[in-house]
Design a protein around this ligand. Structure first.
Ligand code: ZN
Ligand code: ZN
Length: 265
């Protein structure tokens, strides 16, 4: 009995995460072209993308839905999203047959065969952005990116996950010194933007539990972050809480185009 996942791609250029158990295979977001997603499935040895049980959508930003319509039509895959996200995707993903459209409301639980999926809201400038926690056989995997801050409620939901994919979007200095116009900088830094490396570290300090082992730093900004800088900032922030990454807690990188190894939660 095992729960496995691979972060196929992560970052502002496209996001897709694969989750599987013995009986269930799901994709969370399809933010790259259908072709690229098929290639990522092959690279990560995740089997045929056409055989998955469905695609869960987090929100309608293009880095999360770019290949959604094409992929769903090509393989007749069911898509799950909340009502406001469905409305917001109208006109962005092309025609999707009614029998492939499913509602997954925020703060609800859906069971896919042997896999239980819980949705929760985040703070982001989309219609009704939400992320997911997966439960299978006592194991817990939480995914959370694209949020301007991490509320106590969100922390409660993702707390003590065995594996956690969490946003570590930007280095504040790189962002401030960088070439982005001020309104974009303000958007990223705001409550409905993205969390910084330090914010990620602070949030982690509150949600790491006895069972937590693998932390995947995700949705890194291509322009305002680097893997080493993100990892170091998170490590240093955790250290201020007497949490040492290395043995008990392992920090993993994610990449914009290289999938992480299909790993046990
Ligand atoms: Zn977004
Ligand atoms: Zn995003």
């Amino acid at each position: 009995m095992s729960l496995k996942f691979s972060v196929l791609a992560s970052g502002s250029s496209g996001n897709a995460i694969y989750v599987e158990t013995e009986q269930t295979r799901l994709l969370v977001d399809a933010g790259l072209s259908a072709k690229q997603i098929q290639i990522l499935f092959e690279k990560a040895a995740c089997g045929e993308v056409g055989d998955i049980d469905g695609i869960l959508v987090t929100h309608e930003h293009s880095d999360h839905i770019k290949g959604l319509g094409v992929l769903a039509r090509k393989f007749k895959l069911p898509i799950y999203a909340n009502k406001n996200t469905w409305n917001a995707m109208n006109g962005l993903i092309g025609e999707v047959a009614t029998d492939q459209k499913f509602e997954f409301e925020m703060e609800s639980v859906k069971t896919f065969n042997d896999l239980e999926v819980e949705s929760f809201g985040v703070s982001h400038d989309a219609a009704e952005p939400m992320f997911y926690v997966f439960h299978h056989n006592g194991r817990k995997l939480a995914l959370m990116t694209d949020t301007g801050y991490v509320s106590d409620r969100m922390k409660g939901i993702i707390r003590d996950s065995h594996s956690l994919v969490i946003e570590s979007n930007h280095d504040i200095n790189m962002l401030m010194m960088g070439r982005y116009p001020w309104n974009i900088k303000r958007r990223i830094l705001g409550d409905h933007g993205h969390i910084s490396n330090e914010d990620c570290g602070h949030a982690l300090a509150d949600v790491i539990g006895d069972g937590t082992k693998h932390i995947y730093l995700a949705h890194l900004s291509r322009d305002n972050n680097m893997k080493d800088i993100a990892r170091l900032a998170v490590e240093q922030t955790l250290k201020t809480y007497d949490i040492t990454a290395g043995e008990q807690i392992i920090l993993h990188d994610t990449d914009a185009s290289q999938p992480t190894k299909l790993a046990l939660v």
